[in-house]
Design a protein. Structure first.
Length: 296
């Protein structure tokens, strides 16, 4: 207990707890924070001792959040957010300038504009320009020095970048669409080269299902519009799923397409103070609302 009966929460313990949830387990969280799995377990135990509550249920092989853990997660996010915004606000004199952010077209979470708006309100001396485009074009702009940061797909770890998220590729179509399982599969797609297209075609070939391209668009928005209009099925990452679309499962005869990696490219040490807050806001937008199961 602290003075006058208060218990002071340790920010480091809260950050460790939230990182375990967001990373999906103790080992992955330790890797993010530069600590061992054992060190992360000790921190969680200290937090539980401090609160006199269990935040993870360890009775099963894979620990899950308890009811108290779910409640703590909500509070911990708010506390850390306020802490980080406080620290960054006092650093605001150093946060000025222009940031040119490129975002892959298939990855524009609906709440990202809101978060960017909040960022610019908090840091009015930082001017953000956002360019939405396709992967290859964005990388070219970074190489030419026309963009500072890019959120895009990482096909190989050798590409560098900082991993933000892994997400599944999904088969999608209009909610009221009726696809004939006996006919060749109508597909709406980007033109080649496109990893979504190539993975989908390879998976269909492997299972012997015929297909035909019925609509090709140079933009993901065009592919989404075609699928939503019922022209056929499309292959999209989960973050590109839009209202009016429904996913198609393996039980319905659609093959697994695997994951893709979304990474942040272009971070430079000399601009780290300017970019760190924006990066945190971006990462915030990617945090899953809920992780029910975690690996130990």
């Amino acid at each position: 207990m602290g003075r006058m009966g208060y218990t002071d929460l340790d920010m480091d313990l809260l950050r460790s707890f939230v990182t375990v949830v967001d990373a999906g387990g103790f080992t992955a969280a330790g890797a993010r924070l530069g600590r061992t799995q054992a060190a992360m377990s000790i921190r969680i135990k200290r937090l539980e001792d401090l609160l006199e509550r269990r935040v993870f249920d360890r009775t099963s092989r894979t620990p899950t959040l308890t009811r108290d853990g779910e409640l703590l997660l909500s509070y911990a996010r708010q506390i850390l957010k306020l802490n980080d915004e406080t620290v960054q606000r006092f650093a605001e004199p150093d946060n000025e300038g222009e940031l040119r952010l490129g975002v892959a077209e298939y990855f524009v979470p609906q709440h990202l504009p809101t978060l960017l708006s909040r960022f610019t309100q908090t840091y009015p001396r930082v001017h953000i320009q956002v360019k939405v485009g396709l992967n290859d074009n964005l990388f070219q702009l970074v190489e030419r020095g026309e963009l500072d940061l890019v959120i895009a797909r990482r096909d190989k770890p050798q590409q560098g970048g900082r991993l933000l998220r892994r997400e599944r590729l999904r088969w999608v179509t209009a909610q009221d669409s009726r696809i004939d399982p006996e006919a060749s599969l109508p597909i709406c797609t980007l033109p080649p080269p496109c990893i979504f297209r190539s993975r989908g075609f390879s998976a269909l070939e492997a299972m012997g299902r015929p297909w035909r391209v019925v609509y090709t668009s140079e933009s993901v928005i065009g592919v989404i519009a075609a699928a939503r209009a019922g022209l056929g099925v499309a292959i999209l990452p989960e973050s590109a799923l839009a209202p009016g679309l429904t996913t198609l499962s393996t039980e319905e005869g659609y093959p697994e397409l695997g994951d893709i990696e979304i990474a942040l490219f272009g971070e430079k040490k000399e601009r780290r103070r300017l970019t760190s807050t924006l990066v945190r806001f971006i990462e915030e937008s990617l945090q899953p609302l809920h992780h029910s199961q975690l690996d130990a």
